[in-house]
Design a protein around this ligand. Structure first.
Ligand SMILES: Nc1nc2c(ncn2[C@@H]2O[C@H](COP(=O)(O)OP(=O)(O)OP(=O)(O)O)[C@@H](O)[C@H]2O)c(=O)[nH]1
Ligand SMILES: [Mg+2]
Length: 191
């Protein structure tokens, strides 16, 4: 990798990271190549922008919290994630995919703790997408947004750039807005 800015998708296993990346890949303003999602075992990178001169990378990371994974492998992966989130210079944006029916879990909050300092300084921007919103009523969805925003408030500083939004790859609710946010991150030149 050559130091281009990276926007990483993180979240529990099965949260819908790869599906979201696939849905976003089809947005005209963000268009990039993607492929059919499946359980992500390795880190997949997608180049954003012109083929000969990409602006950024979208990083699809394997999820955490998958019960069947052996303990030693879990600990190893946790360390890789912690290092990546806390120290990777090219990491400029984080998209945390959360199942809207679960809301932010302990595991999500532990992950955020690894990157909290950099979110506070504004070095890493954060967008929390409450996905699979198609499975919730409007009322339940709004309640999850409020609860999530309350938890995220603890990361707020004058410099932090933190967003939370409902999302559904299925109904495409919020796909255009999420694409616009990522597009703005890349275009702002601040990445
Ligand atoms: N109803 C609904 N299902 C979804 C949505 N997004 C993803 N799914 C389903 O959730 C499952 C997991 O999706 P993935 O995109 O593979 O999840 P992931 O976070 O990449 O999982 P790992 O790679 O294992 O970490 C799949 O069966 C998807 O079809 C959504 O917006 N609505
Ligand atoms: Mg995946």
């Amino acid at each position: 990798m050559n130091g281009l800015p990276e926007i990483a998708f993180v979240g529990r296993s099965n949260a819908g990271k790869s599906t979201a990346i696939n849905a976003l890949a089809q947005q005209r303003r963000l268009a990039f190549a993607s492929r059919t999602p499946g359980r992500t075992r390795h880190i997949n990178l997608y180049a954003l922008g012109p083929k000969d001169a990409p602006d950024a990378y979208i990083v699809d990371l394997p999820g955490y919290g998958y019960a069947a994974v052996e303990r030693s492998a879990k600990l190893q992966w946790q360390q890789v994630m912690a290092d990546y989130l806390a120290t990777r210079r090219s990491l400029k944006g984080l998209v945390l995919m959360v199942d809207a029916r679960l809301g932010l879990t302990d595991l999500d909050q532990r992950l955020l703790a690894f990157v909290a300092r950099r979110i506070g300084t504004g070095e890493v921007k954060l967008l929390v997408l409450l996905t699979k919103a198609d499975k919730l009523s409007r009322r339940q969805a709004d309640a999850t947004v409020r609860a999530t925003a309350r938890t995220l408030a603890e990361f707020a500083t004058d410099h932090a750039d933190i967003g939370v939004a409902l999302f559904s790859a299925l109904s495409r609710h919020g796909v255009g807005d999420a694409a616009a946010t990522l597009h703005a991150w890349v275009r702002s030149g601040e990445l």
